[in-house]
Design a protein around this ligand. Structure first.
Ligand SMILES: Cc1cc2nc3c(=O)[nH]c(=O)nc-3n(C[C@H](O)[C@H](O)[C@H](O)COP(=O)(O)OP(=O)(O)OC[C@H]3O[C@@H](n4cnc5c(N)ncnc54)[C@H](O)[C@@H]3O)c2cc1C
Length: 526
């Protein structure tokens, strides 16, 4: 490459960067993705994915390829030292507006490979450059230059209008911004043992669920993982060294003969709860672990990075195509930071309930968890505190609409002789979901000028079980203007429409419709 220029440079092709680049490609932007590693890491770090994140992955158009690399998650179970259950959390039963039920285990390396392959759909618009170490970032008022080195030593310069640092916990982008991370909790040390079952028949003797075991000496976690993957995690004291092989095997032997396992990795991790002081400065933005890091107790770190990507891609597109002023990008942090903080506190809430450093704390922990398991209202309260995902607020919305920042439910639909999920029909773009009788010619013209698709339930598609119409009827809605990330921008009765349009007009500039870009969107009626 000799100083090529791109709309966006994505630094890092972990889950956050890979999802972001797919979405930017779908929007027709010129993107370069720079990644140090020549291939995806073969051993998963993340094992759990929640239902909202599955929906967010769906926005890449790759969900049919991704889903076979997921497995049922089951429940979360907390057991005493002797294996007696104290509490069972039925994750799979959680009601969800996202069109998926409950969490799943997933195969991170397979996901990352599929996302990387997915970028080929946008060739030559999107370039994935592997084996390139970015050494320096030189921000200017109207562009950014990255200095990088290939594995063969060649140094190259890449110029882009915007840079999104998806470069993980040790982010060079964050360093360039000179932004520090604030810690929300003390760091804890864990030993993680990743294994593969040599023989699937041994699975029968292992717990069916994600299990926390509250041992006297230490807290431990067992996660089933995808396929043959089985993971154990053991909490370590602050100054405790990585235990020797014999100790590791003795710990595993409480559940299974270690000879039945192929141990693929033993790693000591410091689990952090960190959030960057600022996520944007000029043309540099942070996303994923570069912006925030979570202890894995609630399996939310990657999920949060993917939420960043779906929140940010369309905003970059609107700014780059002149449909919005750059300050639209400030709404990214305003919306995402409080959400990340809430999820982080939820993760910490779970982690804190499990911690116990002395005999009294252990006694209290056991009784509290038993109480939670036995008293449903208390259980519901704890569930809300730990798993709540707040609506997005204070960003790019019509604030007078009470539903702003809530997700549009995803339902199963029938369109053009085919069955599918609503989001696949809508695509990653703004959509006005509206009762057919409320659509006028001026409204259509407004929508066309703003690149908003108009979709009428019962006309463009039929619902399978009427969930969307029920949602609209219960909330007395004639319409919902929905952002590409499926968050409601504004909604209400037909008389509220001018107000919501005005809020939209205050943010976005209408432009002549661009020439049609080949797209995988099923609906073309605008
Ligand atoms: C043990 C463990 C278990 C976890 N379990 C879960 C879970 O169950 N669910 C969940 O949601 N999350 C989980 N997480 C968190 C999750 O793994 C991370 O949040 C997620 O990987 C972050 O993705 P990312 O793309 O933001 O960053 P990363 O995955 O760190 O990717 C950053 C990429 O940038 C590249 N890069 C960095 N600097 C440069 C440079 N200068 N030049 C070129 N390339 C560069 C790196 O090579 C890397 O590929 C877990 C984490 C750990 C450690």
């Amino acid at each position: 490459m000799d100083t090529p220029t791109f709309d966006v440079a994505v630094l890092g092709c972990g889950p956050t960067g890979a999802v972001l680049a797919n979405l930017l490609g779908e929007l027709g932007l010129r993107v370069v993705v720079l990644e140090r590693e020549p291939d995806v890491h073969p051993i998963p770090r993340a094992t759990h994915i929640d239902e909202e994140t599955l929906r967010n992955f769906q926005a890449t158009g790759l969900i049919a390829d991704l889903l076979p690399h997921t497995d049922e998650f089951g429940h979360v179970e907390v057991v005493d030292e002797d294996g007696a259950p104290l509490l069972v959390e039925r994750i799979a039963d959680l009601a969800s507006p996202h069109g998926y039920t409950g969490s799943r285990f997933f195969d991170q390396p397979a996901f990352e490979r599929i996302l990387r392959d997915g970028l080929r759909r946008y060739d030559p618009g999107v370039r994935l450059e592997l084996g390139i170490d970015v050494l320096g970032i030189d921000p200017a008022p109207d562009h950014v230059v990255l200095v990088a080195r290939r594995t063969d030593g060649e140094v190259l310069h890449v110029r882009a209008d915007w840079l999104v640092g998806c470069d993980g916990g040790r982010s060079l982008t964050r360093g360039t911004l000179a932004v520090s991370m604030t810690s929300l909790a003390p760091r804890r040390h864990w030993l993680i043992i990743d294994t593969l079952l040599r023989d699937m028949s041994d699975d029968a003797g292992l717990p069916r669920h994600f299990r926390y075991r509250l041992e006297r000496a230490r807290l431990s976690i067992f996660a089933r993982g995808f396929g043959r993957n089985r993971r154990w995690e053991f909490q370590l004291g602050e100054h405790e060294d990585t235990p020797d092989d014999a100790t590791v095997r003795a710990w595993l032997a409480r559940d299974i003969d270690p000879e039945r396992l192929q141990i693929t990795r033993i790693a000591k991790y410091a689990h952090n709860a960190l959030i960057a002081g600022k996520w944007r400065s000029g043309r540099l933005l942070l996303a994923g672990d570069a912006a925030h890091m979570m202890p894995p107790s609630a399996g939310q770190g990657m999920c949060a990075g993917v939420r960043d990507a779906v929140n940010l891609a369309w905003k970059l597109h609107r700014v780059i195509t002149g449909r919005a002023a750059p300050d639209l990008l400030d709404s990214y942090e305003r919306e995402r930071r409080p959400h990340v903080e809430q999820v982080l506190r939820g993760s910490l809430f779970i982690g804190d309930r499990m911690q116990a450093d002395d005999a009294f704390q252990r006694w209290r922990r056991r009784h509290l968890l038993r109480l939670l398991g036995a008293v449903p209202p208390l259980h519901a309260l704890a569930r809300r505190a730990s798993l709540r995902r707040p609506p997005l607020r204070h960003g790019c919305f019509d604030p007078a609409s009470s539903l702003h920042g809530h997700p549009l439910p995803q339902v199963r639909v029938h369109h053009d002789g085919r069955d599918g999920l609503l989001d696949d029909l809508l695509g990653y773009r703004f959509v006005l979901v509206i009762r057919p009788e409320c659509v006028t010619r001026p409204l259509r013209e407004w929508a066309r000028a703003h690149d908003v698709a108009v979709v009428r339930p019962g006309v463009e598609f039929e619902e399978h079980d009427g969930g969307l119409l029920r949602f609209m009827r219960r909330r007395d809605l004639d319409f919902a203007l929905v952002r590409p990330d499926r968050q409601i921008f504004g909604a209400g009765r037909v008389e509220d429409l001018p107000r919501v349009q005005a809020a939209f007009d205050a943010r976005f500039v209408p432009v002549a419709p661009p020439p049609p870009v080949p797209s995988r969107h099923v609906l073309t009626d605008m």
